[in-house]
Every structure is written in C-alpha cells, then in structure tokens.
Design a protein around this ligand. Structure first.
Ligand SMILES: Nc1ncnc2c1ncn2[C@@H]1O[C@H](COP(=O)(O)OP(=O)(O)OP(=O)(O)O)[C@@H](O)[C@H]1O
Length: 454
C-alpha cells in the first residue's frame, strides 16, 4: 500500500508551505529558485510564475541562499535586511545522499504589525550600539578587536589564542611581521581584551614623526618651553595613554636619542615634559610593532639592546600573506564586501581565475596590497563579478616571470622586483606614491630598490 506521502506529496507540500505566514523559498544546487510561497511573493511584490528559474540573488536582496548551497552549512536566525527592514532568516541546506542539492530559506515574521514593532526596536538598538561603539572608539582609539581579524589559517588561529592568553596583564608585546600583515589589528585586539580596554589606546608612528618633534610628541611640553610652544603646553603621548596602552608602531625606525628616553620612561614609570620642573608618573602598557630586523639593527648599533629586551617580553610574529594560502580566499571575500560597501557599488564575487591568480601571486604588500588591488578592481569593473581584466596590471599573470628551474626564492624575488619596477614606472619615479600603491612602507621600498639595484 502506497503511503499518503507518496500519493499526495505535492498537495502536502503546498498545504504545508503555501499556507504559512512565513516566507519560504527553495533554491537548487546552483542557487536558482525552484519554489517561492505566496507569502514571500506578496512580500517582495514579485510574480510567482516569473521568479521560478531565476537566480536567487536577482530576486532577494542581501540573500545568502546561494552561499549556503556552496558551503553546505546552515545559518539559523540570521538578521537580513530587505527593503530597509530587518528580517530574521533561517537558511538550511537540503541534502540527498550526503550531497547538497539545494537549500530551503525561511524568513520569519508572524504578523506584519508585530514584526514592525520588533523591527523598529532592532533598528533602535543597532543605532544605539553604533553610537556607543563610536564613542568608545573616539575615547580610546582602538577600533578593531579579535573578531575583525579574518582568517582561516591555523597560524593566525594560533596567534589569536596566544593573544587571548597574554592580553590580560601588563606584559609588553612586540609584534613583528612584514608591512600590511595586520600587526596593528593585533595591537588593537590586545588592548580590547585587556583590563585597560576602557582606557585610552594611543598610537605613535615612530617613523612618521620628524626627529626634532619626537620628544615633544612623546613627552609633551610646558607653556613657554620653546619659541612656538602652544599656550597651555601640550600633553605627550605617554601622558595621553596614562592608564591605557601606548602602541609604538614602526619602533625600528625610532632614532637612537629617542630610544634612550623611552627606555627611561618605561623603566622608571615617569616622564618629563619639555620645560617641566618635575617628572610625572605614567602607567602605560607598551605594545610595539616593526617590520625591521631588530637584531640586525642592534648589531649595526642602530637599535638599543636594552630597549629591545624591555619591549620584547612576548613576541607575536605575523606571517606574510603568501605563507598562509588558506587566508587568501576568505580575506578576498571579506575585503570585497568591505570595499563595495564603502564605495557603494554592489559587486558580488570574483571569477575563479581571479582566485587562482590571487593564490599564486606573491603579495609583497600583504593584506594591504590585497585590499588596494580589490579596491582598484571594484572601481574599474563593469561586471557584477570581478574578472582578470579588472585587476591592476602589476599583478596580471603575464607579469609573473615564470622560468623553469628557478628556485622558489628566485621566483619570489623576480616577481617582487617586477612589481616594484612597474609601480615605480607608473608612479613616474615617485617612491612615496609607489610605496603607497604597493602597500608597503617607504623604508621597505628603499631597501628593496637598493637590493634589486633599480
Ligand atoms: N586578517 C585580517 N583581516 C582583516 N583585515 C586585515 C587583516 N590583516 C590586515 N588587514 C587589513 O589590512 C590593512 C593593513 O593592516 P595593518 O595596518 O594592521 O598592517 P601592519 O602590519 O600594521 O602594516 P604596517 O607595518 O605597514 O603598519 C588594514 O586595512 C587592515 O584592516
């Protein structure tokens, strides 16, 4: 005897899905709509007959159904914005014999009036949250926390765990890694996780402050301390960071005489503003970052060994992007979303060839370069999907010199040399501009220009 399910499958299906208030959609393994119930069609104002067969992204705003089909992972109670309102969506992959064959999506709201009240409430809360976040950022200067560090590589996961362990307490942390690898994100995250998180996070870019201003910047000055001193004097970064964290970025570029003063401030816990009669007590936690080989600088007597030991209590080494291939795809997707939101242009994806190239490319400027490349492509493209042609010339495949029998080191160096050569040419010899485009520091570009005799 055949079961009722076999005989009346379609009617049961329609009774079940067709008569509920919830919006229901079913997509196939390619993200094309196979079914949409009346509630959903009414809500979107679309014709039931016409939506069947269309790609879900063409019909539903901000949908992630096609991504759920791709990942095979369910997404429950996710907030989705449709026509300016927040909805709660469930997205469930449909499997047969272990294979994902499609996905079922459900947008929940029991009745529109009830939902409207809740929706206004959510919007209100999000706005309030945003206001508090902005206030916090303005107060303490640390914008990012650990969940902003996007990664699926084991190396970064390990670093995140290390940071969770050392963030509490006041231990000094030295973050090392090439330019653009995300060192600053880690510095922010340490501050966020520490007991000092409600206190200021003050960044000093040691490479960017002219030598003769560094002392005044770091320790401040009293009114009338020198000609041109501001009325009322000025607080130094150490005083501003009191109770919080002082982030000494590019510490390898700090001049020797400033290093002596910083060391004294750290050892004695007090600083003396220029022109002050007595020193001031300061309580700061130090996080330093550099892409310079500090041990080599110590050998060349350009960095003080005692300062090195003072700042290098815990070391965090952020690997370059080319050494974490697992991150290239997730970061590309994340940055595409970030850049398209910023620019206000809706670009959904990269062509597979672009992913392949991203995977092969050397990324001398690391994540910053990846972001710059994506930003340039989003500006230039006329498609919804970024194609190879949309990418800047210096990363195009033909620019990679692939010679047989080259060692990996030679390949990497050749590619790096060629990228720098092209950028210098494009920037008409302007090294600052070329460094910016490549996403590396000026000093790093100078070192490479010297190395490759460009
Ligand atoms: N894992 C990541 N997830 C998301 N964004 C990242 C990640 N790593 C880096 N970025 C982004 O890349 C850019 C460069 O990162 P950051 O400034 O932290 O690098 P850095 O190592 O401090 O560079 P530099 O040595 O030049 O100061 C920033 O826009 C940052 O937000």
């Amino acid at each position: 005897m055949q079961s009722i399910l076999e005989n009346y499958r379609d009617s049961i299906f329609e009774t079940f899905f067709g008569n509920v208030h919830h919006c229901i959609v079913i997509v196939d393994h390619q993200g094309h709509i196979s079914y949409m119930n009346d509630s959903y069609c009414d809500f979107l104002g679309v014709d039931k007959e016409k939506v069947i067969g269309q790609h879900v992204t063409a019909v539903i705003e901000n949908t992630r159904m096609h991504l759920v089909v791709e990942s095979g992972k369910e997404e429950m109670a996710d907030l989705q914005q449709i026509r300016g309102d927040f909805m709660v969506a469930h997205r469930i992959p449909l499997k047969s014999d272990g294979e994902v064959v499609g996905a079922l999506g459900m947008v929940l709201f029991r009745d529109t009036d009830e939902w409207k009240v809740m929706n206004t409430h959510i919007k209100d809360l999000l706005l309030e949250l945003e206001t508090y976040r902005n206030q916090m950022q303005q107060q303490n200067g640390a914008t990012y926390s650990l969940h902003d560090i996007i990664s699926s590589s084991p190396e970064i996961l390990e670093l995140k765990n290390k940071i969770k362990k050392v963030a509490h307490g006041d231990v000094s942390v030295l973050i090392r890694g090439e330019s653009g690898t995300g060192k600053e994100l880690f510095a922010h995250s340490i501050h966020h996780l520490s007991e000092r998180s409600t206190k200021p996070f003050i960044k000093v870019n040691c490479a960017a402050i002219p030598e003769h201003l560094l002392e005044a910047e770091l320790f401040g000055y009293q009114e009338g301390a020198f000609t041109g001193a501001k009325k009322g004097g000025k607080q130094g970064k150490f005083q501003l960071a009191h109770g919080g964290t002082l982030f000494l970025d590019e510490i390898g570029d700090m001049p020797m005489h400033a290093q002596v003063k910083i060391l004294r401030a750290l050892q004695e816990g007090e600083v003396e503003a220029i022109g002050a009669v007595r020193p001031q007590q300061v309580d700061v936690r130090i996080i330093a970052a550099t892409n310079q080989p500090l041990e080599k600088l110590i050998e060349d007597q350009r960095f003080r060994e005692d300062l090195f030991y003072r700042i290098n209590v815990v070391q965090v080494q952020v690997p370059p992007l080319r050494e974490r291939p697992d991150d290239v795809r997730v970061l590309s997707k994340y940055l595409l979303q970030k850049v398209s939101d910023r620019i206000g242009k809706r670009i959904e994806e990269f062509d597979q060839e672009v992913y392949d190239l991203f995977q092969r490319y050397n990324w001398p400027g690391n994540v910053r370069e990846l972001e710059n490349v994506i930003e340039s492509a989003v500006h230039l493209t006329n498609n919804d999907v970024i194609q190879l042609d949309d990418l800047p010339e210096h990363i195009q495949p033909e620019s990679a010199i692939i010679q047989e029998q080259s060692s990996l080191k030679e390949l990497v160096e050749n590619t790096e040399k060629q990228a720098i050569e092209r950028m210098l040419k494009k920037a008409e010899g302007d090294k600052s501009l070329a460094a910016k485009w490549l996403g590396i520091g000026k000093s790093s570009l100078y070192d490479k220009v010297k190395k490759y005799k460009l």
